[in-house]
Design a protein around this ligand. Sequence first.
Ligand code: ADP
Ligand code: MG
Length: 619
Amino acid sequence: MADIIQLLPDHVANQIAAGEVVQRPASVAKELLENSIDAGAKTIKLIVKDAGKTLIQVIDNGKGMTATDARLSFERHATSKIRSAQDLFSLNTKGFRGEALASIAAIAHVELKTKQEQDELGTLIEIEGSEIKNQEVTVTPTGTSLCVKHLFFNIPARRNFLKSNNVELRHIVDEFHRVALAHPDIEFLMYHNGSESFNLPKSNYRQRVVHIFGHKTNEKLVPVEEATEVLKISGFVGKPEFAKRTRTEQFFFVNNRFIKSPYLNHSINSAFEGLMKDGSHPTYFLNLTVDPKSIDINIHPTKTEIKFDDEHTLYAILRSAVKHSLGQFNIAPVLDFDRDRNLDTPYNFENKRVSTPTVEVDRSFNPFQAEKIEIRSNRLSSSYKKEPTSQWESLYVGLESKGTKTENDFSEVQFESQPEAPSLFDDDKQLETKQTTYQLHNKYIISTIKSGMMILDQHRAHQRVLYEGFLKHLTVKEAVSQQLLFPLRLEFSSTEMEILQNLKEDLEHTGFVFSVFKDIIIEITGVPINVPESEVSIILEQLISDVEQEVPDSNFSATDLLAKSMSKSLAIKTGQSISRLEQEHLVNSLFACKEPTVSPTNKVTFITMSVDDFDKKFI
Ligand code: ADP
Ligand code: MG
């Protein structure tokens, strides 16, 4: 038989990629603005007509392109920003995929004018649906002007999908705000249908916020500053009395990139707990700086979601920093300084690493002597995690009937395991059961198996378990709810309500019970079993943001999205320590799943290493 596989022609591949990158005019505005920032522009102008449906143009005074680069910039995966896969881990630029211009040019009429400082003349290129219509030398100022007309001219379905001008313009303004807030040192201007909408001179961060949101904002901002080993925070939160009914003034930037994170949002809400009226949302403009190596942004082409290595710690630091600021500025009348000791961990980070834990065997110590056990357990729950770990492991020696060779090897390598000592001593029987799971860096669960060992990513594995559970409830349509003592009242914007309305039935099938679902109010009287009430708002927010990010196509399944989204919100986070029992339960539940090997988003959930693999390494 003849071979039947063919490579897609470039313009088709570009159109497919465009579906991912360009959802609406606002996505074009965002990509162009970010390119101008990457080009080192000091002034950036955004010109829009008919909410971007007729025209989106960005003019910058950045470094421009040579004629060859100008031509190349429209090729897919053409980028000047990374050279190898390695560079992905130390990204300092906004773009890196080299997909935006190729995608935009595949579905619109594009005119590029660009010139570099040292050149007399610049380059003009016109492209329509990936086809070069014209390239010539032209007179143009230093920098780049990119003009995008007739978006989706060759994909009528997508064009029809666009919302009213008001809605589309709102999206463009949102993107403009996000980019402008992340870069107060750059001058930004925006025009819509010929009139100036924003004129933001170069300024400091506070001034930038005030220029965008009005001079009244100034008095309500409380500075937040915090620098720890793993995270730097700077920016502002709004005083509680100015909290809004909508979430329009909530901004997180991670390494100057706007992100949405219902989880981190929750951490701020919890810092404001007790200070705000129900149904209102705190204002915040916060810049987080983390080691680029500790985040993964290559997760979605629109790049508003980031995966952190250690979300749990970020949550804790953020919450305590905001609380601290509110307290310092006398906004929180009584502060609870009796905080969770886990919060201190990041501040000890450095010390922790420097001092290698020493193994001291207290020979006079008798673990079965009541008083002493208490002293021990207290010490164990202190913030020095590693030291006691090795201590109790050394206690173990001799008490436990000698395990297999492999098992002993494990404790010698000192896999970090749970400081769950109290339960160890409480329950004599546990001393006899062999430990078969260990938690490593609050991220991986190591489990011994016959052939060697297995390493699970706790967050992904748990997502898989929850996902299959939700899918089952959603298809069988008979989920179990738990009744809330008091109805939970939540308020959303009308766009958000529209999204939730579409998912209402599915939500009910997972176990949600709504008593009110009207205008902008939702009242919940029942939630799915095992869903804590405090997580409900995170789940719904995450769901809304997932739907917003979803590219509508024929494969779109609301049910699947709901199950994915909920499992993501509820899964054990990276950075969270879990007890041995929970570890074992997770391992067992994962292998009871239909597809244990991958997470709902198709990421590997576990790997195995056999004793043979180790033997090879020990040559
Ligand atoms: P990416 O930004 O991911 O590299 P793009 O498709 O957005 O991919 O852009 C492709 C390349 O075109 C960029 O890497 C950059 O070299 C060049 N480019 C795009 N816009 C500009 C601009 N405004 N000024 C200078 N160079 C630009
Ligand atoms: Mg780009």
